[in-house]
Write a protein that binds this ligand. Structure first.
Ligand SMILES: [Zn+2]
Length: 92
């Protein structure tokens, strides 16, 4: 996603309502097309929508925990944590 497009999410995005699939579909359909393309190219179809959107906006893939699972997703603003679970964070 281009810088100018990312700007969409930085303004007037109270409670992150612009991150909802429904709102985007209604108001900014091109975002969903970008997400679709990015997700297909990177084979990330199984992710929940918010994570798909996060990966597209940041042009990244989900982070991996040292155990091999995807790290837990915190939020679109904060991205992924370091570990997949509390269990893994205590074991180091
Ligand atoms: Zn883990």
């Amino acid at each position: 996603m281009k810088i100018i497009e990312k700007y969409l999410f930085l303004t007037n995005n109270h409670n992150g309502y612009k991150y909802s699939e429904r709102w985007l579909n209604k108001n900014h359909n091109w975002v969903l097309r970008d997400v679709d393309n990015f997700i297909k190219n990177n084979k990330l179809e199984t992710l929940p929508f918010k994570q798909k959107l996060y990966c597209t906006i940041t042009n990244s893939k989900p982070k991996k925990c040292y155990c091999g699972n995807n790290s837990s997703f915190i939020s679109i603003n904060e991205g992924y944590g370091k570990y997949c679970s509390n269990k893994c964070s205590y074991q180091l």
